[in-house]
Design a protein around this ligand. Structure first.
Ligand SMILES: NC(=O)c1ccc[n+]([C@@H]2O[C@H](COP(=O)([O-])OP(=O)(O)OC[C@H]3O[C@@H](n4cnc5c(N)ncnc54)[C@H](O)[C@@H]3O)[C@@H](O)[C@H]2O)c1
Length: 263
């Protein structure tokens, strides 16, 4: 799919990976809806896009809220006439007291934002894309959601593993509705989430913190480039792209849900 003149919506567009993707999609010629609970960050992304000559608008949306998820997609339709591209990217990490010691009030939001938010956004996104005859959805998962696991935060790993399998299960939408759903699985990316998370990790496990600090950080613009690859390569559906620190990006060998349908 060409990005030029399309309408894109990016959740968590007010910071890190979402801000980088919003800027890149606008540079490629899309009109971009920046959705976030962080109004200051979201409006700043819009200002940056506009000062580069691009087109963007901010909508405040909490991706865990059914009404907000529906309203952010309606905002894209009202503002730019429809929706072609959706990057379900908003996500959170919780603090250093981790499961099973942390109170459920601490870790439940991780599942809510990272998994429920993606599922809700995708539902309303698909409905809008069907009206356009197709579209592309890219979900932000994580390497933590692959077989590597993430012992320091198993709830985060579960939320991201859920995103990977949710994405893979939607592969048949390519044939039925011309909608391709894929996900990205980054290692450690140079964003406020990772840089603020390191002290938390240090409190939990010094070896893990030292390992993270030794990594060559992935820049959020590299992740935005993978989002663009998923949108523009019409052959990719239900796939996960891993971006490991210091290595080339690679597609994760997942079973193709379409081959298993009906078995
Ligand atoms: N930074 C990393 O190392 C890394 C690695 C792998 C995956 N990820 C994933 O990448 C995505 C983006 O993270 P980032 O690193 O850019 O972090 P970030 O903290 O810089 O940005 C996350 C954005 O999501 C927004 N957000 C949080 N909860 C929200 C909600 N309920 N509704 C709407 N917006 C909400 C925040 O306000 C923020 O602007 C997340 O899903 C994260 O889990 C990050």
């Amino acid at each position: 799919m060409d990005i030029k003149d399309k309408v894109a919506l990016v959740t968590g567009g007010g910071s890190g990976i979402g801000a980088a993707t919003s800027l890149r999609l606008a540079k490629e010629g899309a009109s971009v809806v920046v959705a976030d609970v962080n109004e200051e960050g979201g409006r700043d992304t819009v200002t940056q896009i506009e000062s580069n000559g691009g087109t963007a608008a901010f909508v405040r949306a909490d991706v865990t809220d059914v009404k907000d998820a529906e309203a952010m997609i309606a905002f894209a339709k009202d503002t730019y006439g429809g929706l072609d591209i959706l990057h379900n990217n908003a996500g959170i990490l919780d603090g250093p007291d981790r499961y099973p010691d942390a109170h459920p009030a601490q870790w439940l939001p991780v599942l809510e934002v990272n998994l429920r938010g993606v599922i809700l956004g995708t539902q309303y996104g698909i409905q809008a894309m069907k009206e356009r005859g197709g579209g592309a959805i890219v979900n932000t998962a994580s390497m933590a959601g692959l077989g590597f696991g993430y012992p320091a935060n198993p709830v985060y790993a579960a939320s991201k593993g859920g995103v990977v399998l949710f994405t893979a299960s939607l592969a048949p939408l390519k044939e039925s509705d011309n909608i391709r759903v894929n996900c990205i699985c980054p290692g450690v990316v140079n964003t406020p989430m990772a840089t603020a998370g390191v002290p938390g990790l240090a409190a939990l496990n010094k070896e893990a913190a030292a390992f993270v600090e030794s990594l060559k950080m992935i820049e959020p613009e590299e992740i935005a480039d993978i989002v663009v690859q998923f949108i523009t390569d019409d052959s990719l559906a239900g796939r996960a792209m891993m971006a490991r620190n210091g290595r080339e990006r690679e597609l994760v060998p997942l079973p193709d849900a379409r081959e298993w349908a009906g078995r």
